[in-house]
Write a protein that binds this ligand. Structure first.
Ligand SMILES: Cc1cc2nc3c(=O)[nH]c(=O)nc-3n(C[C@H](O)[C@H](O)[C@H](O)COP(=O)(O)O)c2cc1C
Length: 197
């Protein structure tokens, strides 16, 4: 299903075409080579002092921990269990060289995640990030060290085109077909003036 960003701007295709579906095709797995490729895209993201604070814990359908990871998703995000892969996205909170707080760890991890998403989008994959998960439970389950934090979980896979058969709630089905909404450009960017928002 195409839901391109409704803008007259000449955006590059992966940005224009990317959106976050909830209907994933449970029968289509992401091939290991493609999975490595999208992770490689994240690897080449920029970061403060080239610290590369991002960490991706990847779970396919056959991984023993997958049901436990799924159980950490909030009830409203259970649609994500259909996706080929779930990526638990974490950031190292301190610089490795001096153990000082890295105030840009989340910023850099978001940048790496978007690189991954755009590579995935350009190769026909769909993605949907989630903040709705039980963070402490997930961090305990995956033995995330105190120096790291879990920022989001991402569903990655192939979009299910038969939306009515995807098992979505009526509310999610409506959102799936709903319009893309954004603030106006003037609400997020200004030029040559002090804070005006
Ligand atoms: C950090 C983050 C957390 C999100 N958490 C959730 C979530 O828990 N559940 C959900 O359905 N969507 C979640 N989303 C998806 C956003 O709602 C979605 O990106 C936004 O509405 C814009 O839609 P689009 O991605 O289709 O352009 C999250 C997105 C981000 C970046």
């Amino acid at each position: 299903m195409n839901k391109p960003a409704p803008t007259p701007a000449d955006l590059i295709d992966p940005i224009r075409e990317r959106w976050s579906p909830r209907a994933f095709d449970p029968s289509q797995a992401v091939a290991p080579e493609l999975l490595n490729e999208v992770l490689e895209a994240a690897r080449w993201a920029p970061s403060c002092f080239n610290e590369q604070p991002w960490r991706f814990l990847v779970f396919g359908k056959d991984d023993a921990l997958r049901p436990d990871v799924e159980a950490c998703l909030n009830p409203t995000n259970q649609w994500a269990c259909q996706a080929s892969h779930l990526l638990v996205i974490c950031a190292m909170k301190q610089f490795a060289k001096n153990e000082k707080d890295n105030r840009h760890a989340a910023y850099d991890t978001g940048a790496a995640t978007l690189a991954l998403i755009l590579q995935a989008q350009s190769k026909g994959l769909a993605s949907h990030q989630m903040a709705g998960f039980k963070r402490e439970e997930l961090e305990t389950l995956l033995q995330i060290p105190v120096q790291a934090e879990c920022l989001s979980v991402m569903a990655l896979g192939y979009e299910c085109e038969a939306k009515e058969e995807a098992g979505l709630s009526p509310e999610h089905l409506e959102k799936e077909k709903g319009p893309r909404m954004r603030k106006e450009l003037a609400q997020i960017a200004s030029s040559g003036q002090v804070w005006s928002f």
